[in-house]
Design a binder for this molecule. Structure first.
Ligand code: ZN
Length: 270
């Protein structure tokens, strides 16, 4: 419970601080897309760090708190804009909703004044809504990712992940091996064929305290390298009994070229 409270409080503080900073910088200039993404990541990372340190591992709470903090951050941006406007001479009898109404009437301007596009009244509210949703989704995703990291409930500790690979192999064949608990077979999975940049890796998460006495979590990921960078997709996520760790430890350290599947080597020899 303490973890939940700490995560919530840190997330809220980060949301308020980032909202105030964005609004202050926004008095000079505002970068559409970039500002919301920066706000989302800053709040999400602060919240995730708090969750990690306070051992908050409720997936639902990670998502809900994240989404909520994202919404709060953008509300703070708008409310702080309102305070800046009051300080700059907006009549004090103008309320916050009235201020938003005035802002929308003026319309959100995209691009340079004169040459850009004005989103108009409804368009401005839609834009603010999308912006708020984008920030909330980023914080939600980061909170969810941290809270769903492998955790040992008995020891109250995050499990430590080790990565094995890269393996080359046919993804569905490798997935079948991992699901059957036969990780030693990974290097034997058939060749994926041409299309080259795809490799597989195994992430094994073990509790640092109970090690082989507790369950270990095993994830098989497909890593596709493209010109733009890496894209990672998860093929399967399963749990093994702890005594499997010895078997996994026996998997040799992999070097990309040494794991060329045996099948392929045989074919070459023929
Ligand atoms: Zn443990």
């Amino acid at each position: 419970m303490a973890g939940l409270f700490v995560t919530f409080v840190v997330g809220m503080i980060a949301a308020v601080v980032m909202g105030l900073i964005a609004s202050a910088i926004g008095q000079l200039f505002y970068l559409i897309l970039i500002f919301p993404v920066v706000i989302g990541f800053a709040v999400g990372m602060a919240m995730s760090l708090a969750a990690r340190l306070s051992k908050m591992h409720s997936v639902a709470a990670g998502g809900v708190i994240g989404f909520f903090c994202g919404v709060v951050a953008m509300l703070v941006v708008h409310f702080s804009d309102y305070l800046w406007a009051l300080a700059a001479g907006l009549p004090p009898d103008v309320s916050f909703p009235e201020f938003m109404h005035l802002q929308a009437t003026e319309g959100v301007q995209i691009g340079r004044r004169g040459g850009g596009i004005n989103l108009g009244y409804t368009g401005s509210f839609i834009y603010w809504g999308i912006e708020m949703l984008a920030v909330a989704v980023i914080v939600f995703a980061l909170g969810l990712a941290q809270a769903s990291s492998p955790f040992c409930v008995e020891c109250n500790a995050w499990k430590k992940g080790r990565t094995y690979g890269p393996f080359r192999g046919e993804p569905s064949e490798a997935k079948a091996f991992v699901e059957a608990g036969d990780v030693a077979q990974l290097g034997v999975a058939g060749d994926p064929g041409p299309g080259g940049g795809t490799t597989l890796r195994l992430i094994v998460s073990v509790c640092p305290h109970c090690r082989t006495d507790g369950p270990v979590e095993v994830r098989l990921q497909k890593v596709t390298k493209t010109k733009e960078g890496e894209s990672i997709s998860e093929l399967c996520h399963t749990t093994y009994p702890g005594d499997v760790v010895a078997l996994i430890d026996a998997i040799p350290e992999q070097q990309p070229d040494e794991i060329a599947p045996r099948k392929k080597r045989r074919r070459r020899d023929d």
